[in-house]
Ligand binder design. Structure first.
Ligand code: NAP
Ligand code: ZN
Ligand code: ZN
Length: 350
């Protein structure tokens, strides 16, 4: 064990403060990473504030958009060397035996993936749970560590580890590409990555936003069309036009108004994870054979595929750099939809 510095909350209403804790020394297949940057995901906020079923273990150190450099490797590590540029996303292990793990879909592990934070950690015994990337170091099994392409800026690449893969995976699964009309709901961390990725895949992208002032940015990110969802006439004009919608909204919202944008056989994929149930009218589905689906991050192989795709297309996030004393303020700004378009924490300078 070694002592690691991080930033934690002690309760759902607490503010972040410095916190020292123990991390395990590398096991034979572990990589010890010095964290340089960590993105701030809305899921961090849901967890820190205990908004999700399942509950939060305190003290809680969130953070699952992690990039850094390898500083130590276990004796049997074969995929990484000291000095490598690496990333860690939302999971640090899975059972590796169930049918989903065997298909490379560790994110859908039937025994439950081990989340990068707030999950019991089988590597260190069930009484200990995982602490995330709002910290200086992290020790992770090499099978759950990713290579960051050399041409990508490390800080701006951090959000790819969650916002990137969470949108890349459903775009691929539901066939985004040339000839497909893809809508993205919510221009935040996930939404801005969805627009960039769908445009790079060759799809015709529509941004659906509540924020009129984000229209020029949406166009710069790659959206051909911008629909202001509060404008009933604009929503009506776009009705029945989209093949696929990636819905990234973090709060309770009315699904019917978005579902009616889908054409025959269109699918709305919910990746945003509000704590309250979402309602929709069944007739909105049955009269156009529409589907509502969900998707959670992506498997490790697909995450590396996404990073390599971003390397080839030179895609990273648009970030606003903060220091650890700015986490609470960043959370408040996220709640006001005032994020352009991902906060990233400078851990090296912390
Ligand atoms: P974010 O940066 O806060 O972006 C959310 C965006 O949603 C806002 O910027 C806003 O965009 C829009 N929005 C907010 N409230 C709304 C409302 N009431 N009605 C309509 N639109 C609204 O959050 P994020 O980090 O992208 O995360 C989004 C959600 O995805 C969170 O719930 C998070 O937990 C979840 N998530 C899921 C996965 C997964 O694997 N499924 C992975 C990561 C995150 P506009 O200003 O453009 O309207
Ligand atoms: Zn996330
Ligand atoms: Zn499994």
């Amino acid at each position: 064990m070694f002592t690691c510095q991080g930033f934690a909350v002690d309760s759902a209403t607490d503010k972040f403060k410095p916190y020292s804790f123990e991390r395990r020394d590398p096991l034979p297949h572990d990589v010890d990473i010095e964290i340089l940057y960590c993105g701030i995901c809305h899921s961090d906020l849901h967890t820190a504030r205990n908004e999700w079923v399942g509950g939060t273990l305190y003290p809680c150190i969130p953070g699952h958009e992690i990039v850094g450099k390898v500083v130590r490797t276990g004796a049997k590590v074969s995929k990484f060397r000291v000095g490598d540029r690496v990333g860690v996303g939302c999971m640090v292990n899975s059972c590796r035996e169930c049918e989903n793990c065997r298909r490379g879909l560790e994110n859908y592990c039937l025994k439950g993936m081990t989340g990068t934070y707030n999950d019991p950690d089988p590597e260190t015994g069930p009484k200990r749970y995982t602490f995330g990337g709002y910290s200086k170091r992290i020790v992770v099994n090499e099978d759950f560590v990713l290579h960051i392409p050399e041409n990508l800026d490390m800080a701006a690449a951090a959000p790819l580890l969650c916002a990137g893969i969470t949108t890349y995976s459903p775009l691929r699964h539901w066939g985004a590409g040339p000839g497909k009309k893809v809508g993205v709901v919510g221009l935040g961390g996930l939404g801005h990555m969805a627009v960039k990725l769908a445009a790079a895949m060759g799809a015709d992208v529509s941004m659906i936003t509540t924020s009129l002032n984000k229209k020029p940015d949406a166009q710069k990110l790659g959206a051909k069309h911008v629909i202001i969802s509060k404008d009933a006439a604009e929503m009506q004009k776009a009705a029945g036009t989209l093949d696929l919608i990636i819905d990234t909204v973090a709060a309770k919202h009315d699904l019917d108004s978005y579902l009616q944008l889908l054409r025959l056989d269109g699918t709305l994929v919910q990746v945003g994870a509000p704590s309250d149930p979402l309602a929709f009218h069944v007739f909105t589905l049955i009269m156009r054979r529409r589907s509502v689906a969900g998707s959670v991050i992506g498997g490790i192989a697909e995450t590396q595929e996404m990073l390599d795709f971003c390397g080839r297309h030179n895609i990273t996030a648009n970030i606003e750099m903060i220091k650890p004393d700015g986490i609470d303020e960043a959370y408040e700004r996220m709640l006001k939809s005032d994020v352009k378009y991902r906060f990233v924490m400078d851990m090296a300078g912390a």
